[in-house]
Design a protein around this ligand. Sequence first.
Ligand SMILES: NC(=O)c1ccc[n+]([C@@H]2O[C@H](COP(=O)([O-])OP(=O)(O)OC[C@H]3O[C@@H](n4cnc5c(N)ncnc54)[C@H](O)[C@@H]3O)[C@@H](O)[C@H]2O)c1
Length: 392
Amino acid sequence: MNDPPPLRTPTDATTEAALRVGVELGPRSYDILIGASLLEAAGPLIARACGAKPARATAAAIVADTTTAHLLSEKLAASLGAAGFRTATVSVAPGERSKSFSTFQEVCEALVAAKIGRDDLVLALGGGVVGDLAGFAAASLRRGVRLVQLPTTLLAQVDSSVGGKTGINSALGKNLIGAFHQPSLVLADTSTLDTLPPREFRAGYAEVLKYALIDRPPFFDWLEAKRDEIFAGGPARAEAIAECCRAKAAIVARDETETGDRMLLNLGHTFGHAVEAVTGLDGSRLVHGEGVAIGCAMAFRFSAGLGLAEPSEALRVEAHLARAGLPTRLAHVPGGVGPVEGLLEAMAQDKKVKDGALTLILARGIGRSFIERGIDRSRLRDFLAGELRPNG
Ligand SMILES: NC(=O)c1ccc[n+]([C@@H]2O[C@H](COP(=O)([O-])OP(=O)(O)OC[C@H]3O[C@@H](n4cnc5c(N)ncnc54)[C@H](O)[C@@H]3O)[C@@H](O)[C@H]2O)c1
């Protein structure tokens, strides 16, 4: 007689329904799983991916912000507990200002106090702020412990949880202190997006569009057709997230530590980070994805002004962002962005500045972005001055 088929558990069904994207980095390769209710299935998935030792209860320290801790940490801890993990939760205040030295110190001390050892795990449960902060803590604690990313914002599911960049901000600029530390697994539970405030969802959409603008013209056409479905939460949402992860995984596999092609992922970010910096990282005025939206629109207008892209392409990008409810102009930032000098100074702190020369990601059209080194400062100054004019 044949053996009866193995009993199916909800975990099997959840995992089988999930989309899988591999990040191919030799010994640091890992999977991204995208699908509904993955947090409920997290315990066994993490145990399998991280080879948790059954002889000793591996500890899994959940780092969250107070919002994601309240909404999601119990569910995650229950799944981890059932899989045999010892759990601890560390939470920080929500928002960009938690990517600071003082919060980093608090998280590291809490992980030490929770006796997280080299064989244990740090789990980042939240948006990009938690992912970057917890990731940097995992990279630093005892010179590096394993990390699992559990992104809960659209932005984190399509971008920040993938690729291993972790870090915090300095008073002089964003993301200036950090480390490359690849996760062992990324679980993007699309059900978590149901509670995400609409403004944060829109902000994440700016990063979705970014991938299309870099090198995927067909994805841009698809997004023009599917944008409403993605916002409504239909099946196109998970497919869009998976396509972004494929795009990012391909670039990261070519250039893990950003010596070349990976810079393309910064499309819109040099302008965007500068705008974020001059607003004092005040999320009530501007969140990161909104800065990226303005930055992408500016990168296309700058490219059009240099005669690289057709002005109609810049208008098409701007119209798509605007229809998604995103800001596209400096004038859209509540409270304004101050003078040209402040923006230029903030841009000079960009990580891509080399020997004082600024590098920007420019475009010859939608899906035709490229890295331009040695940007002419006077042209940039003129462009920013034009953008700051009332009808700019
Ligand atoms: N490491 C990278 O490669 C990379 C890439 C892109 C962006 N980033 C970083 O990501 C950060 C921005 O990330 P973000 O936009 O996710 O912001 P965030 O982490 O601040 O999250 C936005 C807000 O949504 C809340 N939230 C999160 N998940 C929720 C949920 N499921 N339901 C309800 N509320 C929820 C958070 O508490 C927060 O208030 C920036 O610091 C940026 O520099 C990093």
